[in-house]
Design a protein around this ligand. Structure first.
Ligand code: ZN
Length: 383
């Protein structure tokens, strides 16, 4: 039996999630506490922080804004511009940039900002994607590293101490209480919560022809460099109540492009549009923990009163954890080709990382799949 939160639809198998005696999960409890936050006070705090870091002589950037080009990036950049700041936008190129992701990055520049895009050697990147997929079951591992290391490296290089991140993922998703209260991003946070799964960057050197010189952009600056520039990071989501859907509406009104249909494995057309490997990433989360992106989205909308729990259960059954035959309309075969993996080889990797306790197996302990190759979650009725 998998236990689910009685308010949202999150299963207790989510790492770092706790379900209390009343049957309510820590993410829902964190969300509740938003009501007691003094948001006006936080806004004033934000203005104080920004004023402290603003480039005094007007000859440098006021802050770095890490941007993927998505709805949240648009929102962050728009807020900084509205507050009169002069940001440098920094993109760590995704694992497999989609055409719509490219167009959204172009749109972001048109908001009126300088923009640096750092792309790591794609030949090496494909090898790291493959290693990470087969060794820790996370194809997006290199992306999760570079989205944190590259903006910090740029902060050091451009001598811009303040980095304005979007949301602290631990806030909405309910990590340990102490972490959710944090409003700054540190190396310790990255190592603990950045999703590195025990694989370290230094472990890559020597594997599949990867050398230390290939890993420059995957490496966090030294403490000495960080101290010299005085690098500090803040989460905007700490200072203003964060809502992905609201951010999407705001971004769309500024030219942000959504997908023409609901994204595969998701419930919505407005997020995770920039990396074609995302479908694989989310599918592995489903195989390991029994929930996917549809569950995450359903929970966020249930908490905000936009979806009933009953409807959320139904939508999750419809959309979550389907075998990722396509993503943003591109076939799995196409997406795997740069990794030199066939669909059959991919399926074998999937089976290796599937938590059999969460899925229906036959009498011999073999996973039961339907004719589309999808698994059945046990107690999928989510009582
Ligand atoms: Zn919940």
């Amino acid at each position: 039996m998998i236990r689910f939160c009685r308010r949202c639809v999150m299963p207790e198998t989510k790492p770092d999630l706790f379900i209390d005696l009343a049957g309510i999960c820590s993410a829902c409890r964190n969300f509740e506490s938003r009501d007691t936050v003094d948001w006006d006070g936080r806004k004033a705090d934000l203005l104080r922080v920004l004023a402290r870091y603003r480039a005094t002589d007007g000859r440098n950037y006021d802050c770095i804004v890490p941007v993927s080009g998505g709805k949240d990036s648009h929102f962050q950049v728009l807020r900084m511009l509205e507050l009169g700041l002069h940001p440098l936008c920094v993109t760590a190129t995704t694992d497999h940039l989609s055409p719509v992701g490219r167009r959204n990055l172009d749109n972001l520049q048109r908001l009126g900002v300088d923009h640096v895009e750092v792309t790591t050697n794609p030949r090496v990147r494909r090898r790291i994607n493959r290693l990470a997929l087969t060794q820790v079951g996370d194809i997006s591992w290199p992306e999760h590293v570079t989205i944190f290391t590259i903006p910090v490296r740029m902060a050091v290089q451009f001598n811009v101490p303040l980095i304005v991140w979007g949301e602290n993922p631990q806030n909405e998703y309910g990590g340990p209480g102490a972490a959710a209260g944090d409003n700054v991003l540190t190396r310790r946070w990255l190592e603990e919560f950045g999703g590195l799964l025990g694989l370290r960057v230094s472990d890559l050197a020597g594997q599949d022809g990867i050398e230390p010189r290939h890993l420059v952009q995957y490496t966090y600056p030294t403490d000495e460099e960080l101290r010299r520039v005085g690098v500090t990071g803040i989460f905007l989501g700490y200072y203003m109540p964060w809502d992905g859907y609201g951010n999407a509406l705001y971004a769309q009104a500024h030219g942000f492009e959504t997908h023409p249909t609901t994204v595969e494995g998701s419930l919505v057309p407005y997020e995770n549009l920039d990396n074609l490997q995302t479908g694989i990433h989310d599918y592995f989360k489903f195989l390991k923990y029994g929930f996917g992106r549809a569950t995450d989205l359903a929970c966020m909308h249930v908490r905000r009163g936009r979806l009933s729990r009953e409807d959320a259960v139904r939508l999750v059954q419809m959309h979550d954890g389907k075998f990722p035959w396509t993503y943003l309309g591109t076939s799995l075969e196409e997406i795997l080709k740069p990794l030199a993996l066939t669909v059959d080889e991919f399926v074998r990797v999937c089976d290796r990382f599937t938590n059999k306790k969460l899925f229906v197996c036959d009498a011999r302990g073999t996973l039961v799949k339907d004719r589309t190759g999808s698994l059945a979650r046990i107690n999928d009725d989510n009582p």
